[in-house]
Design a binder for this molecule. Sequence first.
Ligand SMILES: [Zn+2]
Length: 216
Amino acid sequence: MPDKRLKEFANGHKEFRSVKFKENKNRFHELSKDGQNPKALFIGCSDSRVMPAMITNSGAGDLFIVRNIGNFVAPYQPNANYHATASAIEYAISVLELTDIIVCGHSDCGAIASLYKDIPKTDDNIHTIKWLELGEAPKKVAMMSPHKNNKKDLLKYTEKVSIIFQLENLMTYPAVKRRVKEGKVFLHGWYYDIKDGTIESYDDEAYEFKLLGDKE
Ligand SMILES: [Zn+2]
């Protein structure tokens, strides 16, 4: 029986039904009525250690989330291919009319580390290799920095620079660009540190990442 596998998750679901769902029954009932009304689009890495709801202390209905390898945003390409992240961005902006988009990178990111490794070019990796091209520009910038001499610093720096590049790519979407210029949409670049549990937010006036929630 397939359900004999993933037993911990089945047990976890049971626990959810008997505790959390019961405690928040009214909230879930409300949420089921008139569709969703989230507060922000969260573009994060698929990494299992990054838990958007947990690190923002948010709940059901709060975040509209799209996750992919490396939290990359492919530039706007209006063609006949399938674009999962682009479609989520469009839906968030044009249908849900969200006012905030977060691109959240993180420490120890496997996608960023892969930029510095040779991935075998086989049919089994074909989409990953293509997708990782979105990290090439940040890698080039990082390789020109003094961090290139220290592997750990280089990776961290690439992770952070990549966030800024993905924010730039977001601006290639006409609807995003238009609404940012009108002051109706705000872009946020976050860096989550798995070991420390901290989030730093990119300040595009100071050109630096600053601890989130420190001064507000
Ligand atoms: Zn990652």
